[in-house]
Design a binder for this molecule. Structure first.
Ligand code: SF4
Length: 293
């Protein structure tokens, strides 16, 4: 069967092959999630609900939106399952940041009539090549038709960090979605739109056909590299603080964990010589990976 990749899956490999192995090859069960991912999921759920109401011509009040977020938080927050790396920050501060994301978004876009909704939480599945060898999938937060007729691919971010315009002009995720939507929207101009909710900032970028061709080729090459990978070495970094596998990772513990099953072991499981336990403090920032595909 042809494996199906996603931006998130490829990014995981690029950040740390061992994390990729545990998450996607071995599928090691995880019992906790980082508070940043937890907040991101709750905000996305509320925004999806808000967007569906708006699509039906019903705009709920900001009070109702925030009440929904609080109710969802109370229903799903389990202190023993949610990891807080920055221990100096109480859970309430993260809850407030989620509320701020929603409030900023609501105030900026109310009454939500600037564009026409074409899709909410849209699953896209496509091939990078004509032969269907490089299969990709993803979930687009929202697709909309702007007043000038362009199709916009919207993405909501809940982290603090806002990348530079230069970085966004090179960003892979939304550009891949544009490739995935090409068959649906033909030659209609498309824009990539990021909403940095906590910072109340919006960024826009576009791609030329040549850039999309380059992206296709580069992504296919990266998939070939992943498919050929044998050792899945750990790659310690500041992101280890947020890694759900740090309790078993040899870069942290100094020893290889037991494989989950005999046939699930990587081709080379012995820790690399020179892989030392890493410092656990002062991580830079978590990956903004909200939904793993
Ligand atoms: S703890 Fe760090 S090195 Fe180990 S799997 Fe996670 S990200 Fe990779």
């Amino acid at each position: 069967m042809v494996p199906v990749y996603s931006h998130s899956r490829i990014s995981t490999f690029e950040n740390c092959p061992r994390q990729f192995y545990y998450r996607y090859v071995e599928k090691r069960p995880v019992e906790t999630e980082g508070i940043e991912a937890f907040v991101g999921k709750r905000v996305h759920e509320v925004l999806e609900r808000l967007n569906r109401f708006v699509e039906r011509g019903q705009v709920p009040s900001l009070g109702k939106v925030i009440a929904r977020f609080r109710a969802l938080w109370d229903e799903t927050f389990q202190p023993e399952r949610v990891r807080i790396v920055r221990a100096e920050n109480p859970p309430e501060s993260y809850r407030e940041s989620g509320e701020r994301c929603l409030t900023n978004h609501y105030r900026r876009h109310y009454p939500f009539d600037r564009d026409e909704s074409l899709g909410i939480e849209q699953h896209v599945s496509f091939s990078l090549d004509a032969e269907g060898r490089y299969r990709m999938q993803g979930i687009i937060d929202r697709i909309a038709r702007a007043p000038d007729g362009a199709v916009e691919i919207h993405d909501y971010k809940t982290g603090r960090w806002v990348p530079t315009q230069q970085a966004l002009d090179q960003d892979r995720q939304l550009a891949l979605y544009q490739i995935g939507l090409a068959a649906r929207y033909g030659d209609t101009p498309m824009r990539l739109v990021w909403h940095y909710l906590l910072r109340d900032q919006t960024r826009v970028s576009t791609r030329t056909p040549e850039q999309l061709d380059e992206l296709r080729a580069a992504t296919a090459t990266r998939i070939d590299q992943i498919e050929a990978e044998q050792s899945f070495d750990p790659r310690p970094s500041n992101l280890c603080g947020w890694c759900e596998f740090r309790d078993v990772c040899p870069a942290v513990t100094g020893t290889e964990p037991e494989p989950l099953a005999a046939d699930a072991a990587p081709a080379a499981t012995a820790p690399r010589a020179g892989v030392r336990p890493i410092a656990t403090d002062a991580p830079a920032r978590p990956a903004d990976q909200l939904r793993l595909l």
